[in-house]
Ligand binder design. Structure first.
Ligand code: ATP
Ligand code: MG
Length: 594
């Protein structure tokens, strides 16, 4: 895999080129749509489909969505939006295990948060694949009746051996020539619970010598006694994913079924199956077509559901919405914004070759959007006292700080100046290093939006740590007043009035993994490395910061730039009215660049 260097220009990708061509040639012009999913007869009674194309986003509700899914969401919903089409949100819930309502809810939330919906006119295009079980069963019987499927009694082990290899053809099962009547009777017995789990399996009858192993009589229905969250105990047989998925697409009149590259070898079966069902009169042409694109691989995160589940279940993180996780729920809590996701997916493009995208590309997109959208505020994250000894004890003076340097129309806010302030510990150095332009003994800096001050000394504790810095202000130098710049200084530091500051919990998040490719490679004794060993032990630091008073009014999910520090968001879960807590979304600059 190569590092992606030159992204494809915005808006043009190979999938769009295919859609353009299909529309130009009227490939899907004759389609009908009855308003709901259904078979050929159902759709034939409908209207010409008002949607020029139909795409779908088909998550399995067995985990939370992550940044990789966002790529697929923008692609599928984006295509539909741009081509006067419709994108369905379909829960691919044909696997009875591991699926739950919690996942369904989090997925619908995330899709909406990214700015998409499934309400089209009066129609709701939100579907559950498990509602198609009856049709899938009927389709399986139709395959049997037409000699395209058989019940196999081989054990799983025998099937595996007889499947052959990449260089060797497979062997026909001894049961391959069962009669239609026998196959139908056995399949119905499977359905009726007369056979143990795993004892019989329904297979398509294609070609055990096919060079594509996926065409060597792939399984289509298995016996599995499992409770299903939607259909309960109605079924003890369940369709295989590769059989179910094309049917789901066809019933929903999907035109362009877009999936990730690992399904490329399944495409011939996808087409084979739908053609057989069309021959049987269950589906009508034009049939959906599958197209594959490269999945998103992002450095410094894991995007495998299995690994994400492990991180949550073993409590390496606080939950699915932990701001360090690449889940969309976590990203949202972290303060990443939907518009940043859009910019990111536009920028990385859609290609047919796998590649790795550097996490900094993702962060840069968030920075770019937040830079435009987030108002500025002042925060002192590592506070130390600064006392202006010549400033009147009880005075409070208004200083004016612009809310956004790029948007003067957002105005200014008042920040109160008093005799005692909080400044950053790193903004004072008793023995300055070369090129240090902030406060030093006898040095001068400007208090941003306030006066120029001259340092007069500092106090230290028994260990020699500086506890208080002293200074005097120059009365004629207040920012925004005539002659204020008569005294030139090189440094400009931020501050918060100690009397007015909002003392607040701030979480400084960093990357969850310290390696670009968590778990990649082998240990010295030749074992696969465990991705957990690459967890960054310092991925979160909780501090008590001193914030400018206006931040007390921040609402959950409000984002700000804390000047000189980065972008921060009021936490969605732990903030209460009048007492928000903040999460660092991203620093102003990338600290990871080597
Ligand atoms: P599973 O391991 O459970 O199959 P999955 O990541 O494939 O996980 P799905 O719920 O099946 O999850 O994914 C829904 C859709 O999102 C699929 O169409 C899939 O191709 C797409 N998708 C998943 N991961 C990525 C990724 N990293 N980049 C782009 N698309 C992705
Ligand atoms: Mg999947």
């Amino acid at each position: 895999m190569s590092q992606e260097k030159a992204p494809i220009p915005l808006g043009s990708n190979f999938i769009r080129a295919i859609v353009d061509k299909d529309l130009e040639q009227g490939v899907y012009a004759s389609r009908k749509w009855a308003g709901t999913p259904g078979d050929a007869t159902h759709q034939a009674a409908g209207q010409p489909d008002p949607a020029k194309i139909r795409t779908r986003f088909p998550p399995e509700p067995n985990g939370y969505l992550h940044i990789g899914h966002a790529k697929s969401i923008f692609l599928n919903f984006g295509l539909a939006r741009d081509y006067n089409g419709v994108c369905h949100l379909r829960f691919d819930d044909t696997n009875p295990e591991k699926e739950s309502q919690e996942y369904v809810d989090s997925i619908t939330d995330s899709v909406k948060w990214l700015g998409f919906g499934w309400q089209n006119g009066g129609e709701s295009n939100l579907y559950f694949a498990s509602n198609y079980f009856d049709f899938m069963y009927r389709a399986a019987e139709a395959l049997i009746e037409n000699g395209h499927a058989y019940v196999d009694s081989q054990s799983a082990e025998e099937m595996r051996i007889n499947r052959g290899t990449l260089t060797e053809a497979g062997k026909n099962s001894l049961w391959r020539e069962r009669t239609v009547a026998e196959n139908l009777a056995l399949f119905r017995e499977m359905r009726d619970g007369k056979h143990a789990d795993g004892s019989l399996i329904l297979r398509s009858k294609i070609d055990m010598a096919s060079p594509n192993i996926n065409l060597r009589d792939p399984a289509i229905y298995r016996v599995r006694r499992a409770h299903h969250h939607n259909t309960g105990d109605k079924w003890c047989i369940y369709p295989m994913y590769t059989f179910a998925h094309p049917i789901e697409d066809a019933l929903e009149q999907i035109t362009h079924s877009i999936c990730t590259l690992e399904f490329e070898d399944q495409r011939p079966f996808y087409d084979w199956l739908l053609e057989r069902l069309a021959e049987a009169g269950l589906l009508a042409h034009p049939l959906p077509k599958q197209y594959e694109f490269a999945r998103l691989n992002l450095t410094y995160v894991v995007l495998s559901k299995r690994k994400l589940i492990q991180l949550v279940e073993e409590k390496h993180v606080s939950g699915w919405d932990d701001p360090r996780l690449p889940t969309l729920a976590g990203a949202r809590r972290r303060g990443y914004v939907a518009e940043g996701f859009k910019l990111f997916t536009d920028r990385i493009g859609v290609s047919k070759a796998d590649s790795w995208i550097d996490y900094s590309t993702f962060e840069d997109c968030m920075r770019e959007v937040l830079n435009i959208n987030a108002e500025r505020r002042i925060a002192v994250l590592d506070p130390i006292k600064l006392v202006i000894d010549n400033y009147p004890v009880n005075s409070v003076e208004d200083c004016f700080a612009p809310n956004h340097p790029l948007k003067p129309e957002l105005g200014k806010r008042i920040v109160p100046l008093t005799r005692e302030l909080w400044i950053e510990r790193e903004d004072f150095m008793e023995v300055p290093s070369k090129g240090y332009f902030r406060l030093t003994p006898e040095g001068m800096v400007r208090l941003r939006y306030g006066y120029v001050v001259k340092c007069t000394g500092c106090e230290k504790d028994a260990n020699g740590n500086v506890t208080v810095v002293h200074c005097e202000y120059l009365p004629d130098t207040k920012s925004g007043t005539p002659g204020s710049d008569s005294v030139k200084v090189k440094g400009n530091i931020h501050w918060v009035s100690a009397q007015h500051a909002y003392e607040c919990e701030v979480r400084l998040y960093d990357r969850l993994f310290k390696e670009a490719h968590p778990g990649q490679g082998q240990t010295e004794d030749g074992h696969d490395r465990d991705f957990l060993t690459d967890i960054n032990p310092n991925s979160v630091t909780v501090i008590t910061a001193q914030l400018e008073p206006s931040l007390k009014d921040a609402k959950a999910e409000d984002s700000f730039q804390f000047e000189r520090h980065g972008y921060f968001v009021a936490d969605k879960i732990d903030s209460v009215a009048g007492k928000p807590v903040f999460n660092r979304t991203v620093t102003l600059r990338d600290a990871w660049q080597k």
